[in-house]
Structures are given as structure tokens and as C-alpha cells.
Write a protein that binds this ligand. Structure first.
Ligand code: FMN
Ligand code: SF4
Length: 477
């Protein structure tokens, strides 16, 4: 298998990075080629954004580079808030240099005034590494003209949503604004449409006062690929993976597997092979019941485990590859409980700017909890179906759609489990079902964020002694 993003031994100094033959060569190549030809190579490579959506990276860069309207900015998205995902932190631990070089190349290609690398404040180790590497690059003359700022953001899931990330960089809460970053960029002074998430601040970034400041947002893994593509070429990149999903993907495999881990695989490898190769498979006697790629996509059932891990592969089975953070559940799992817990996650993280999203996801969660705890009726299922038709009404961001897709898919794939709960008046498969919001992942051990169970819908936290729904004891007692 071809792998190049995740070295087996972490690269911890600029000298070691330079010795790989890669260090600095990508930036140099970009400067030789100029911005337009640099963007062309990225387009020809077929690289697609690894933040979840899979949007063609070269097309995004060309779009931002062609926009007029004040200054341009680059944002690197390292929020990594998707449950089941740890790959950006793994990349930053293994080789923070390729990311910073990718940032320098992207900033040059789109003519960015300044670049921001955004990580959660709780990712202390990764923040320290990136901050150190930016300084090393500047001292070594590899990033002289580029201004790079490392931003430490909040733990909220929405921090990773690109329109909310721009708000955080500007010093506000992670509440998504209306327009995408290429239309309403950082420190923009052009008027925003509709209801504001904060008061418009005038004259921060644009001397003329009328700049929309087109801003490019790319994920850590997307930008980590860039120096390799510049140095080795688009054809080399296309020699890996599939025609529609070239290259490799850094996947995370957690849940009911023997040894949760992060691993780089060529696109097109089957999901079954990834679960075995990266997660070391399941315990003897257990089989896969369901796999989720984060909480944003439709459930993948046991019959679809041979799906190729690629954008088109997952689309063909009615799901999405997302950021390839695979949460594996075995045959002991209660799918009503899984639906309840995922829905709870999304309803808590919903910011409430769009009432159907907050009210709908909260109502769906309550009805799912009633079903899971054995007091649900057909009326609860009907109410869920009703809300699923409206939860996305007028939504500013994709979170509401995630709720709609994820819950609908579980109801469709496992209708008998919901009927069983209603008929029995209890959960037939009680077990502790964690939400893998990852704090750490190393040596085959995943550490989940247990404080999440104390998080309330208004983003405050209940005192520690209150378990909420962490191990199910409160709900079931
Ligand atoms: C609720 C929500 C959370 C998201 N969280 C992340 C995240 O943690 N990291 C990330 O890279 N993208 C995240 N995204 C996707 C970003 O909005 C954006 O599409 C991405 O950073 C673009 O980069 P790419 O083109 O390189 O994929 C999230 C999207 C939504 C709707
Ligand atoms: S869709 Fe939901 S999470 Fe997104 S902005 Fe609206 S209320 Fe907030």
C-alpha cells in the first residue's frame, strides 16, 4: 500500500523534514511555478477536501483566487470535532511540517494576506507543535512573507463548521453565519444578509470598507497533501486511489474493534479491509452490525461492508465517506440507543439560530429516548417522522441535515428494533454505548470525552456528580 502522509517515525525537527527530500521543496516549486500553475497542479491531481464534504480542492482555490473584493485569507480547519475522528491530530503528531508547508503553498497560491491555523484549545500538544513549526519555517526562510496565526478555539462541534470558524477567528461564539467563506470572508465589511449572529463590525480588515474578503477554508489533511503533490506531481497522486477519489485517506477506526487506531490507506480499499487493517477487526464471535462515518452520514449495514472507501463508493450505497472516521458497532448493539445517542449529540451541539434545528433535534432525541427506555409508542415514531421532515427548515448550516440523514437512515435500516422496543416495553439489548468523541487515541486505546454527557443544550455543563446519559444508568434506573 502507498502511504506518505503518516510516517512510521514522527518527524520532530526541521532538519529531519528537510532530509526527507520534501521539506521546503513544495514551497520552492510553487514559487517557481507561480500561483496560477500551482492551482492547476492541485486541480489536475484531483485532490478532494478531507474535511468531510470531498469538494475538489483545486476548484475551491481557483474560485477564491479569482474573487475580487478586498483581501483574501486562508483558514486551516483543525477543529476535528466529528465523533470517531482523530486523523488530523494523528497527522499533526506524525508530521506537522507538511501541514505548515501546505499552508504556506495555499496562502501563496490564492494570494492570502494572512493564514490562520485553527485547533481546539484542548489540543495543547498539537497547538505547541504547529506553533513551533511555524516559527522554524519563518526562521529558515521558508515562510518569510506569509503571516500565520495559530488560533485556539472552543470545544463545540460547530467550531469545525467553516462559517462558525470564521466567527471564532473574529472573536465571537461558534455560530455559523449565513454566507459561505468565499462570499463573506474574514473581517469582511460588506453587509451580511439576514439575521446576524453578531453585530457587524466595520473597518476591521478592509481599508475601503466594502470588502467581502474571500476566504479559503481547508482541512488539515487536505493541506498536508499539498507539498507532496507539488513535489511529486499530479500524475503521481492520481496513480493512487480511484479515478474520482485519487490519493490516500487517513482513516480512524473506533468502537467495537480490538484496537482502535488511525491508519493511511489507498482510496478504494474496502471498508471491511479497513476495519481489519486499521482497527484490528472484532473480537472472536462478534460480527459487525453497523458502521457510521462520524454522525453526519447514513448508517452502513453489515451487507455493505465491501463498499470501497471512496467518495463515489459511499455515495453509491446512499451514504457518505465523510472524514473517514469509522465508528463500528457489533451485533450486541441496540440501534435505537445508537440513534438516541447520536441525535442527542447533534441536538446538544445545535446552536439554536434556526429554531427547527434546535427544537426538532431536541424533540427527536426525546422521542428516541422514550422508545429506548421502553415507554415509547407508535405516536413517538410518528412524531419523529414528522420532525424529520422539518428539522432542516431554513437552516444556516449542515448540522440539521446531519440529524435528518442519520436518524432517517437508522429508522429505515432497523425498523424491527424500534417495533421491538415498543412491543416489549424495554430495551432488548441493554449495554453501555459510548459516543466516541475522541480526546486521545494511542497504542490501541481510545479515550472518549466523558464530560460530554454533562453538556446541556445551552452549552453549559451539569456538575460532575450528574451522569446525564453517560453509561445509561440514569436513564434506566
Ligand atoms: C457541523 C459541522 C462540523 C464540521 N466540523 C469539521 C471539522 O471538525 N473539521 C473539518 O475539517 N471540517 C469540518 N466541517 C466541514 C467544514 O465546514 C468545511 O467543509 C471543511 O473544513 C472544508 O475543508 P476541505 O475542503 O479541505 O474539506 C464541519 C461541517 C459541519 C457542518
Ligand atoms: S442549522 Fe442548527 S446548528 Fe446550524 S446554524 Fe442553524 S441552529 Fe445552528
Amino acid at each position: 500500500m502507498s502511504t506518505f502522509l503518516l510516517p512510521s517515525v514522527p518527524i520532530e525537527s526541521l532538519d529531519v523534514y528537510m532530509a526527507t527530500g520534501m521539506g521546503g521543496s513544495g514551497v520552492r516549486r510553487a514559487h517557481e511555478l507561480g500561483p496560477a500553475a500551482t492551482i492547476d497542479i492541485v486541480s489536475q491531481s484531483g485532490l478532494r477536501g478531507r474535511g468531510g464534504g470531498g469538494f475538489p480542492t483545486g476548484q475551491k482555490w481557483a474560485g477564491v483566487a479569482s474573487q475580487t473584493g478586498g483581501r483574501r485569507y486562508l483558514v486551516c480547519n483543525g477543529a476535528e470535532g466529528e465523533p470517531g475522528t482523530f486523523k488530523d491530530r494523528a497527522l499533526l503528531r506524525a508530521n506537522p511540517y507538511q501541514l505548515v508547508e501546505g499552508v504556506a503553498i495555499a496562502a501563496f497560491a490564492i494570494g492570502a494576506e494572512e493564514a490562520f491555523i485553527c485547533l481546539k484549545a484542548s489540543f495543547r500538544r498539537e497547538i505547541d507543535a504547529v506553533t513551533r513549526v511555524v516559527q522554524e519555517f519563518q526562521t529558515a526562510g521558508l515562510c518569510v512573507e506569509c503571516k500565520v496565526t495559530v488560533v485556539a478555539g472552543p470545544d463545540e462541534y460547530l467550531f469545525g463548521e467553516e462559517k462558525a470558524m470564521l466567527e471564532v477567528i473574529e472573536g465571537n461564539e461558534p455560530l455559523p453565519r449565513w454566507l459561505p467563506p468565499y462570499l463573506h470572508g474574514l473581517f469582511a465589511t460588506a453587509p451580511q444578509l439576514g439575521w446576524q449572529s453578531h453585530d457587524v463590525e466595520v473597518e476591521i480588515g478592509s481599508a475601503s470598507g466594502d470588502g467581502s474578503n474571500p476566504t479559503l477554508v481547508n482541512n488539515v489533511e487536505t493541506l498536508s497533501n499539498i507539498p507532496h503533490i507539488l513535489v511529486r506531481g499530479a500524475e503521481w497522486f492520481r496513480s493512487m486511489g480511484t479515478a474520482e477519489s485519487p490519493g490516500t485517506i487517513v482513516t480512524t477506526v473506533v468502537g467495537d474493534v480490538l484496537a482502535p487506531d488511525v491508519g493511511e490507506v489507498e482510496m478504494g480499499v474496502s471498508l471491511r479491509a479497513v476495519i481489519d487493517a486499521v482497527g484490528s477487526g472484532l473480537a472472536v464471535g462478534r460480527s459487525v452490525k453497523a458502521v457510521f462515518s462520524g454522525v453526519a452520514n447514513a448508517v452502513v449495514t453489515a451487507g455493505d461492508l465491501d463498499v470501497p472507501v471512496s467518495y463515489e463508493g459511499f455515495a453509491a450505497i446512499g451514504s457518505g465517506m465523510g472524514s473517514a472516521g469509522f465508528i463500528v458497532y457489533d451485533d450486541t448493539t441496540c440501534m435505537a440507543d445508537a440513534a438516541y445517542r447520536f441525535s442527542r449529540f447533534l441536538s446538544i451541539e445545535s446552536c439554536g439560530q434556526c429554531p427547527p434545528c434546535k427544537l426538532g433535534s431536541s424533540a427527536i432525541t426525546e422521542h428516541l429516548e422514550r422508545i429506548e427506555t421502553g415507554v415509547g409508542t407508535q405516536g413517538d415514531l410518528d412524531a419523529i417522522t414528522g420532525w424529520l421532515g422539518h428539522v432542516t427548515d431554513g437552516s444556516r448550516c449542515y448540522l440539521a441535515r446531519e440529524e435528518q440523514i442519520m436518524v432517517t437512515s437508522i429508522l429505515r435500516a432497523f425498523p424491527e428494533e424500534f417495533a421491538e422496543h415498543i412491543e416489549l416495553g424495554r430495551c432488548p439489548r441493554p449495554r453501555r454505548l459510548p459516543i466516541p468523541k475522541l480526546v486521545d487515541l494511542a497504542d490501541g486505546r481510545a479515550v472518549y470525552d466523558e464530560s460530554f454527557w454533562r453538556k446541556r443544550p445551552d452549552w453549559t455543563y451539569a456538575p460532575e456528580e450528574q451522569n446525564m446519559a453517560g453509561d445509561g444508568s440514569e436513564r434506566r434506573s
